[in-house]
Design a protein around this ligand. Sequence first.
Ligand SMILES: [Mg+2]
Length: 435
Amino acid sequence: MTTPPSRDLTVTEVRLTPILVADPPLLNTQGVHQPYTPRLIVEVVTADGTTGLGETYGDTKYLDLARPLADRLVGRRAGDLNRLFTEADAVAVDADQVSGKVDVGGLRGVQTADKLRLSVLSALEVACLDALGKSLGLPVHALLGGKVRDTVDYSAYLFYKWAGHPEGVRAEKDDWGAALDPAGVVAQARTFTERYGFTSFKLKGGVFPPDEEIAAVRALAAAFPGHPLRLDPNGAWSVETSLKVAGELGDVLEYLEDPALGTPAMAEVAARTGVPLATNMCVTTFAEIKEAFTRDAVQVVLSDHHYWGGLRNTQQLAAVCRTFGVGVSMHSNTHLGISLAAMTHVAATVPNLHHACDSHYPWQSEDVLTERLTFENGAVRVSDAPGLGVELDRDRLAALHRRWLDDDGTLRDRDDAAAMRVAHPEWETPAVPRW
Ligand SMILES: [Mg+2]
């Protein structure tokens, strides 16, 4: 009998590094992306000298929770995650952050204490799985039960956008140009296919009156006949407007994403159209599933391991969806390569993932990795290297952290409406439904 090598996977340190990462002027119903957006990079160090990586939102409300939650991880084994999640309920959340607030930056439903905690725990979980995988010589997908596919499909995430951030604002330049009408959207889609090989397309809507966005999707359908198309106005439409758009685009849409806000409105739309509805706004926690599924309000749930609480919770969500015959795919917010790697590992383990996942990654020109992840034919190859299969570039991390340190506080909390007011001082977050 051989004795297994001894590996001390006790967590000895958790390093938390907030950064600001360049973001192009992408438009949504709330406003426009800031020139730099906050992210938090997590490093979990174990006693055997292994370092695992995680990534999540970097706004102040997450940073405030990250230190007390990280302190609860120190001294535990990296594999002692279930108890960490259970005991995290004891970590207090500032009541101001959750009193009926709708999350403004991420457009992902109502803010709750649980969702805030889970958004931080997810980064700790991913970092622990990365450390475990590295130490054991196993890829993260193997720790999750193993991959059922070797590549994970992603969709091109199209945005209405300005050519650049407002004059006089410190920002990185991008080479995508403007996209403010159907021709601009189609040109952007062509660039996505040329650079990354994407074959399905999602347009972030809720920016212009619905007729203009219908025209943009029609133009995409003409330019890419037969390809799956999606439109996501982030709940900006009334039930009647949602039904009008569904009626006009039903023949070309793979699904319509959050046309109206909240489960009752989505249920009403769903009852009166055959176009499948997807959501990352009315089903964002396990507690919200029962009402939405029993009312048949959504046909596809877009998971997001950040706010669902990590990779294992994502697998559990997928299992619930399978039970109810609801489809599953993946939502994305601005993120870097650590999260893309985590998304790809968990997506590779979900048998019932039948739609291409969303990813902002092509919009992010900066990363903290030694090597960027790549899309081939619109897909990311699932890594079989130990852990997530990515490596931290400490110089890049330090430079992006320096930018965060140098910021006077205006960019440390993402606020798309405030970013819009730089160009349009009269801008106010639109009342919903906007149309
Ligand atoms: Mg969405």
